[in-house]
Design a protein around this ligand. Structure first.
Ligand code: ACO
Length: 432
């Protein structure tokens, strides 16, 4: 943090001037500190959807939506995606710096050690209806972990190393087991000789009748996707984790709510929605015009999934990397997916269209990621689970930052009440 109290701003209400401190971040962004506004002026601020509200001061992720910059702990996302493993990036997010070789080995060792889930939890999978969304299963299972691994109940930060690696490791096992159960296939247990991503792929796709061959290119593609999803400052699910966490719940409970928030089609669920949308357009003779017009029609709830973002006013930097990775992996695997051609054409049309240009709507992280997941053999209903696997270290790092910050209070927004004024109570037998 460079300077937290550089300047002040003045606010005039009913002719009276109030002074607001200006908070400046290390990259020069400036914010008005309104924390004493109500006390001093009797006013609150109103900002539905928090379009203009900073909820915390954070040192984890920086993004510039106008320039298309995204950095974790100061490192450009392009460098991390090109050079790191997902586990290395998870360490970076959690600890604030890249690990040296010894630290990385020890961190990996913990992840490896915690890969199994308690055998009793495996019975849970048998009792979900067969059509249950894997996101719902993931959220329930993660929430339940606190009963099997309750160390965090007293001082969560004491057990942070163990609990965070346990969660990062087990979420992957839970995700793969839920897929195997949904397919009616025998479970494949984690192996200590495989990398984080290799292990996940093996647990997903290995079968007694057909052993899975872990291909380095596939591992590399998955690794990249997880890194690109690992954090994105105060988005909907992360803010949910922080808000719920501010009430003092255990880490597992807080992460479970983040998974639920991510599930939404306007958030992480968009990667699934993109594929469904592309399939619909494909089945409709590639009638792009029809769907673009639907997206522009204010009376039609349809939106082009995978386009637009609350903070980016330019191409999502993650989207750029994923688009390139998508072309590469399909090439390596010699897969010709008509949805990829369709996505390229749709993107070209959208980027030329006045409606989208005026509103700064560009492809976001979800537009091409689903096509890569399809190429890796991951079913559409698991796409958002993949997003959750990637986002987990970010959620944990944000939760930790919130818990360590002595200024943290329980999150409790205000409102402007616009309902009925005081009414006289009418007993039931006198109501018309
Ligand atoms: N298709 C058509 N129009 C759109 C789209 C879209 N995908 N996205 C935004 N718009 C339009 C809106 O209708 C609005 O138009 P108006 O000004 O004429 O009313 C304008 O662009 C601004 O949109 P808002 O909804 O105000 O933008 P907001 O920041 O609230 O929403 C969001 C951002 C939710 C991502 C939105 O762009 C959207 O719904 N996109 C599709 C879903 C999606 O891809 N979500 C994934 C986001 S990335 C992530 O969460 C991981």
């Amino acid at each position: 943090m460079s300077n937290l109290n550089k300047d002040t701003a003045e606010l005039t209400i009913d002719g009276k001037v109030f002074t607001l401190p200006v908070v400046e971040g290390s990259m020069g962004e400036r914010a008005l500190d309104i924390s004493k506004l109500l006390q001093e002026t009797g006013y609150i601020t109103l900002d539905t959807g928090y379009k203009n509200t900073g909820s915390c001061v954070s040192t984890i992720t920086y993004l510039d939506g106008n320039k298309g910059i995204l950095r974790y702990r100061g490192y450009d996302i392009e460098d991390l995606a090109a050079n790191c493993s997902f586990v290395e990036v998870a360490y970076l997010l959690l600890h604030g710096r890249l690990p040296n070789e010894i630290e990385l080995e020890s961190f990996k060792g913990l992840i490896e050690r915690f890969a199994l889930i308690h055998e009793d939890m495996i019975h849970f999978f048998d009792h979900f209806p067969s059509h249950t969304s894997p996101m719902s299963i993931l959220s329930v299972m993660v929430n339940s972990l606190c009963h099997y691994y309750p160390e965090m109940s007293d001082d969560p930060l004491d057990d942070f190393e163990v609990t965070s690696t346990r969660l990062i490791s087990k979420i992957r096992t839970i995700a793969a087991f839920s897929y195997k159960k949904s397919m009616g296939h025998p479970l494949v247990y984690p192996r200590s000789d495989l990398s984080y991503c290799g292990n996940f792929l093996n647990m997903m796709f290995d079968k007694p009748v057909k052993p899975y061959v872990v291909r380095p290119e596939v591992v590399a593609a998955l690794n990249k996707l997880l890194i690109l999803h690992a954090d994105h400052e105060q988005n909907c699910s992360t803010s949910t984790v922080r808000l719920v966490g501010s009430a003092g719940v255990n880490l597992y409970a807080a992460i479970s709510t983040g998974i639920n928030a991510l599930w939404g089609p306007l958030h992480g669920g968009a990667n699934e929605a993109v594929i469904e949308m592309l399939e619909t357009i494909y089945a409709d003779d590639c009638n792009f015009e029809k769907y673009i017009n639907k997206a522009k029609d204010k009376n039609d709830p349809f939106r082009l999934s995978g386009f637009g973002h609350r903070v980016y006013r330019t191409y999502d930097p993650r989207g750029k990397i994923i688009k390139k990775a998508c072309d590469e992996i399909l090439n390596v695997l010699e897969i010709s997916d008509p949805l990829l051609d369709l996505a390229h054409t749709l993107e070209e049309i959208v980027l030329r269209d006045e409606y989208f240009i005026e509103r700064h709507l560009f492809p976001n992280v979800d537009f091409y990621s689903g096509i890569i997941y399809r190429a890796l053999g991951i079913p559409t209903n698991m796409f958002t689970v993949m997003f959750a696997l990637g986002r987990l270290p970010g959620w944990i790092a944000q939760w930790k930052e919130m818990r360590e910050d002595p200024s943290t209070r329980i999150g409790r927004p205000r409102q402007v009440y616009a309902g009925e004024t005081a009414r006289k109570f009418v007993p039931l037998d006198e109501r018309s």
